[in-house]
Design a protein around this ligand. Structure first.
Ligand code: ZN
Length: 246
């Protein structure tokens, strides 16, 4: 048990109003992707950067609130989930301090994960956020973003009651699908990815855009190998995720 540090406030000017009547029903996780926490705070406070998040959690577990939850923080950018493109409008955004892929992705320390667990438990309860709507930036913007990245422990978070992590079913002898394949199997996989929420064309042909979405799915649910090839394990996990949605 890690002792929790008191939250602190550093206000960001980068936010606006949510649409009237807009429900908060998504938790979106990020890494800061900057060399230091100080760099990240400077950017998140800079009016010309036009980015922010509701919360930032440092590697020692320090929690900082930057934008009031009632306001629309600017963390998602151009993004999509389940038919919706105003992801900032429906979500609470949390930034985890980590240098990220650009400056050296590293494991998220225990103190940081414990602080995230406690904050996100409170948020999913307060807003009744469905398990399948606890997502990473890479899920809602797979072409542009890879955060929080494949070292993020989604399984641990789900064990704390936040987010979806099903037991992997082995119910079918799934064939591997990859770039260049086409047919009913590809179609079925695209339908599942689309129904889960990813932005994907259901075309029946496995082109480059499908590879990107499969890689995004892997980054979240099968992070040991993120290659955009829908192998048996990836397809089993997709089936398990589909069966476990609320
Ligand atoms: Zn992000």
């Amino acid at each position: 048990m890690v002792a929790q540090k008191p939250a602190r406030e550093i206000a960001s000017p980068n936010h606006d109003s949510r649409q009237p009547g807009q429900r908060i029903d998504m938790l979106l996780l990020h890494y800061t992707g900057m060399e230091t926490a100080e760099d990240a705070f400077l950017r998140l406070k800079d009016p010309s950067a036009k980015v922010s998040a509701h919360y930032v959690i440092e590697e020692d577990g320090q929690l900082t609130r930057m934008v009031d939850e009632t306001r629309r923080a600017w963390h998602a950018g151009v993004s999509y989930w389940a038919g919706d493109t105003d992801i900032n409008g429906c979500s609470i955004g949390i930034e985890l301090v980590n240098p990220g892929h650009e400056f050296g992705l590293r494991p998220f320390p225990e103190a940081q994960m414990a602080a995230l667990e406690s904050l996100s438990k409170r948020l999913v309860t307060r807003y009744s956020i469905a398990k399948e709507r606890v997502l990473g930036h890479s899920d809602v913007a797979p072409i542009r973003k890879a955060d929080p990245g494949e070292l993020f422990d989604w399984k641990r978070l789900a064990a704390a009651g936040v987010g979806l992590w099903p037991e992997r079913m082995n119910t079918a002898d799934w064939a591997t699908l990859h770039l260049g394949d086409s047919g009913a199997g590809v179609m079925k996989m695209q339908v599942d990815l689309k129904n889960f929420g990813y932005e994907i064309d259901v075309s029946g042909s496995f082109g480059a855009p499908t590879t990107v979405v499969v890689a995004a799915f892997q980054r979240h649910f099968r992070a040991s190998k993120v290659d955009g090839i829908a192998d048996r394990e990836t397809r089993c996990m997709l089936a398990s995720v589909m069966a476990a949605r609320s």
